[in-house]
Design a protein around this ligand. Sequence first.
Ligand code: GLC
Ligand code: CA
Length: 575
Amino acid sequence: MTTAPLTVSAGQQADADWWRQAAVYQIYPRSFADSNGDGIGDLGGIISRVPYLQQLGLDAVWLSPFYPSALADGGYDVDDFRDVDPKIGTLAEFDEMVAALHGAGIKLIVDLVPNHSSDRHEWFREALASPKGSNARARYIFRDGMGENGELPPADWTSIFGGPAWTRVPDGQWYLHSFATEQPDFNWKHPEVHEDFKRTLRFWSDRGVDGFRIDVAHGLAKDLDEVLPSRAELKAMPKDGTHPLWDRDEVHEIYAEWRAVFNEYTPARTAVAEAWVETPERRAKYASPEGLGQAFNFDLMEADFDATHFRDIVTDNLAQSAVTGSSTTWVFSNHDGIRHATRYGLPPRNGQAVKHGAEWVLAGGPEDGIDKELGLRRARAATMFELALPGSAYLYQGEELGLHEVAEIPDAQRQDPAFWRTTAEDRGFDGLGRDGCRVPLPWTREGESFGFGTGGAHLPQPAWFADFSVEAEDGVAGSTLEMYREALRLRSQLQSEESLTWDEKLSTGDVLAFERPGGWLSVTNFGDAPVALPEGEVLLASTPLASDDGGAGGVSTGGQQLPGATTVWLRRMGA
Ligand code: GLC
Ligand code: CA
């Protein structure tokens, strides 16, 4: 077994290891920047903003699906895995975007969606046009129905987005979709599915893509007998590698095949798994160097802003990554969750604020029990905590502006199938789905879509976006944007070996402090009351310290205070 080295010095980091401590920025393309005024973000918009990305100081961009799609699930319903959606660009523009990013020193990771296609994919159309029992149907999961005339679904399963997981086709058979009706699940027992995805991996790798984010990586392998278990039976089955639908052991045979493809390239293409599994040990299998190499850990996304939770999560994940030889990942926000500036302004839920699937909830609108100011202050502290950790940090577009979730989208304008496939009753009174974190970014203070484009925005932007726009924060000392820029700049200078030492003396009560090699000390006060600031050269603080004007610079002599909900980075004296 080959184990990647744990000691990598930032300056001389071998190119093949670029991902290990990368700062990766997720672009949700339809909501990033619109270059042609049709209200939909596009590749031209991304190209025009490469200088912005470069100034932010990123190592890589993760691009959410940009493939042809009817957008039944925001692009995760893919019509053609080897093309660009004409609504957002062309293959030639894709190549131009890759060149622009690479020219700016930024790698590109693209989203790959192997669990399902869209119902408009040529294979699914062929399946519908072909008879029961045909090869075309065998690429998906078709079954006869129950009941006298097959009028009942083959099983009573519900989809992750709510509603039934089986849909009937005109000749009476039913197909499985773990997500929306428009997302039929592939049958990964079919060799053509394997061959086609390897072709897709090579197609994008040949175009210069550096890595892949694997959607629903734990779902591909399925094992279904003729007689299907009921929903209740499925729920009672352990997810230990033997569950018929999720996290089956043989899914790793697929990733071993892919690893061989990744290793055809120099440097080897990378991958990161989105795998919602039961235990850290099961997650580690996805991060194996013989498989995808890295896996998301969503633990911080699910935790309250709490010193004890954060410490346990960091300790566990560093231990796991040491076992696999991978590097760990950190995420606070993405296109599926409530933005962390808002989440941390909600009452604590002991991890219940964010749940996968139809259970995502946002408690009310901005007036309803959300302390936006405290939420943002904590989010900034959390981000600086994250950026000081070893491993890769995955940032979501807009978090560098301190954007909040947009709760005030009229129901009629919502797009998320998770919203539409559940009733208000199932969701609870406050379940709003995922549109609130997908509203097009504000670039300027004014203008119809705050500089997103010239033709409006596909989801409505609230008036308060003006104050969170790039224009409002650019060059403003202490703004969230300037804090991210400075933190990323310092991180790339300070980062060296992938190790961390807790400072036990400082880490008491609501305070967590750890040191990275080279005397880089990160101290977070998770509480409300100020605590004594340790001695050292202050590099950056997430909220201004009493005696300076912007959060940077100066030497703490021990008399200063570290305010509540704040992270400070210091360089130990003499280090
Ligand atoms: C993943 C994506 C999510 C999508 C789902 C189905 O969880 O992150 O956005 O809806 O897969 O593809
Ligand atoms: Ca456009």
